[in-house]
Ligand binder design. Structure first.
Ligand SMILES: C[S@@+](CC[C@H](N)C(=O)[O-])C[C@H]1O[C@@H](n2cnc3c(N)ncnc32)[C@H](O)[C@@H]1O
Length: 241
């Protein structure tokens, strides 16, 4: 396994509890709200680096979308799929999830119905898979793809390859929303006492890659501020071809 991926996976596994608590208290970003309004009714959305599924997947599912979440951290996903006792839907959903864990890292479970929908007790109409972005093989195309604070965790040498993949996975006229770093480089940072790996290309290069891969850029903001948080780069792009 890549060193950077291993570090992030282990660190997210360690902080999943605190992360879940933290995220359960915040409301969904306006970026996600605006993005959801662009996606066709009852459309399907891929959430890359979905974490605990809160508040993003939960919000999108409540709006009637079908969400597939992928993440490399078992403990973050466990939070997303936590079960309630005596709930048959939860048991059904839990079986699918534990099969995924049991088969090990990078395993993509193809849901029997093809569409990948299994009820979750906490997040209805969502499915969560333990899977690295670079190993993911979708069984369908999506109307929307969201990568909220996850692309910047990918290895630097793989950054250029992101945009062809997401373009291939989107339906024409589908939307991509992501946050990212704005300057080329690699770094490590600390969160909840654990170390994380980050990397990015510069904004100009990301624009170039999006255009090369059939996207039209609808919004690109550096130093985006919302409430008390700031993100280096936020992009919304529409797949045109
Ligand atoms: C900062 S968290 C964001 C979680 C969620 N999007 C949110 O906004 O709450 C980043 C997530 O990306 C996941 N991640 C990191 N590298 C990944 C990869 N290569 N493939 C899939 N997920 C990854 C991490 O495990 C973590 O859950």
């Amino acid at each position: 396994m890549d060193e950077s991926k291993n570090l992030n996976k282990e660190s997210y596994n360690k902080i999943a509890e605190q992360w879940a608590e933290d995220r359960s208290r915040i409301s969904v970003s306006k970026l996600v709200v605006d993005f959801s309004q662009k996606i066709k009714q009852n459309g399907n959305i891929l959430d890359i680096g979905c974490g605990t599924g809160y508040p993003i997947a939960k919000y999108l599912c409540d709006k009637g979308f079908f969400v597939t979440g992928i993440d490399i951290s078992e403990n973050m996903l466990k939070k997303a799929g936590e079960q309630e006792i005596n709930n048959p839907a939860a048991e059904q959903r839990g079986m699918l999830f534990s099969r995924g864990i049991g088969l090990g890292f990078n395993t993509f479970i193809t849901a029997p119905e093809g569409r990948g929908i299994k009820p979750s007790p906490r997040i209805k109409n969502a499915n969560f898979y333990l899977c690295d972005f670079f190993e993911f093989e979708p069984i369908e195309k999506y109307d929307g793809i969201i990568a909220f604070d996850s692309f910047f965790h990918f290895p630097k040498e793989k950054q250029e390859g992101i945009y062809k993949k997401v373009s291939d996975w989107l339906n024409i006229d589908g939307y991509l929303l992501f946050t990212h770093g704005k300057e080329e480089g690699e770094t490590k940072g600390s969160m909840f006492g654990e170390t994380f790996y980050y990397s990015a290309l510069n904004t100009e290069k990301v624009h170039e890659l999006l255009l090369q891969n059939g996207f039209e850029i609808e919004l690109s903001i550096e130093n985006y501020k919302e409430n008390d948080t700031e993100r280096d780069l936020v992009i919304v792009a529409k797949k045109r071809r």
